[in-house]
Design a protein. Structure first.
Length: 268
């Protein structure tokens, strides 16, 4: 089980899967590397996939310090790449992972070959925030009600109807790392909420694909054209009918176009 060491000494757990050009998959807020489990092997069939646990999640250290930020998470990814001996990689980040990936590509252009930003936002005053009804649903006192709200934000009702939601062992890896302490969850939330990469986006040099589900209200789909318009020569892929976890439920529509985009690599 490999661990990298961040610039502040935090131990960061990561895994490598598959073979080929390196591809970093960056998970969303308060989630660990299992976020990618449903589609990881599809990418590992063509790439050396790097997945990691954000600080505060999974097997990584969980400091109760003011060291959680999207630029900081990007530096954590760099520490993982350095430890794995990877100079330049493709990067695919979704949700908060997409916010992290923006800083990685903007501040370290020599480390990112091709960039995919999924269901994410530029943040700050230029980003489109989720509506008040979504925020109310996620701040209910009943944890079961919050779980149900998250499920409907992530997945369509039709897809959920076909799932055994209460079956023993049934896990949804997009609903948050259940082992996280409360302080780490709050620090992840604050880090994502404070993200503002608007001024940095034009510095991104990597060919970029922006992917978003058209029915995503958790991170509104209106953010996709904002990102694509701000990043030079970025392309957009909208997944009709998809919600926030488009990459899982709509993998048949989303994975192959992303693989095709990444396959146009300039890596040696």
């Amino acid at each position: 089980m490999p661990f990298a060491t961040a610039d502040d000494g935090v131990a960061l757990h990561y895994q490598l899967h598959g073979s080929g050009e390196p591809l970093v998959l960056i998970a969303g807020q308060s989630n660990n590397h299992h976020w990618w489990d449903p589609v990881r092997d599809d990418f590992a069939a063509r790439f050396t996939v790097v997945v990691l646990d954000h600080r505060g999640t999974g097997e990584s250290d969980r400091p109760d310090t003011d060291t959680y930020s999207t630029p900081g998470f990007a530096r954590d990814v760099l520490a993982v790449l350095d430890h794995a001996g990877i100079g330049c990689a493709h990067v695919y980040g979704t949700s908060m992972g997409g916010r992290v990936a923006q800083w990685l590509a903007a501040d370290h252009p020599d480390r990112v070959d091709r960039l995919v930003l999924g269901c994410t936002s530029p943040g700050g005053p230029h980003g489109v925030e989720r509506g008040p009804e979504v925020r109310r649903a996620l701040t209910q006192a009943d944890p079961d009600a919050v779980r149900r709200a998250l499920l409907t934000l992530m997945y369509t009702p039709a897809w959920l109807a076909g799932q055994e939601l209460t079956a023993p062992g049934r896990e949804f890896h997009t609903l948050g790392d259940p082992t996280m302490p409360g302080y780490a969850r709050r620090r992840h939330l604050r880090a994502s909420a404070r993200h503002d990469a608007w001024d940095a986006l034009p510095r991104i040099k990597a060919p970029t694909l922006v992917v978003h589900g058209t029915d995503d209200v958790f991170n509104p789909a209106a953010n996709a054209p904002l990102l694509a318009g701000r990043i030079p020569d970025a392309r957009t892929l909208l997944v009709p009918g998809a919600r926030h976890a488009y990459f899982e439920e709509f993998a048949d529509a989303a994975t192959e176009p992303v693989l095709d985009f990444l396959g146009q690599s300039s890596l040696p």
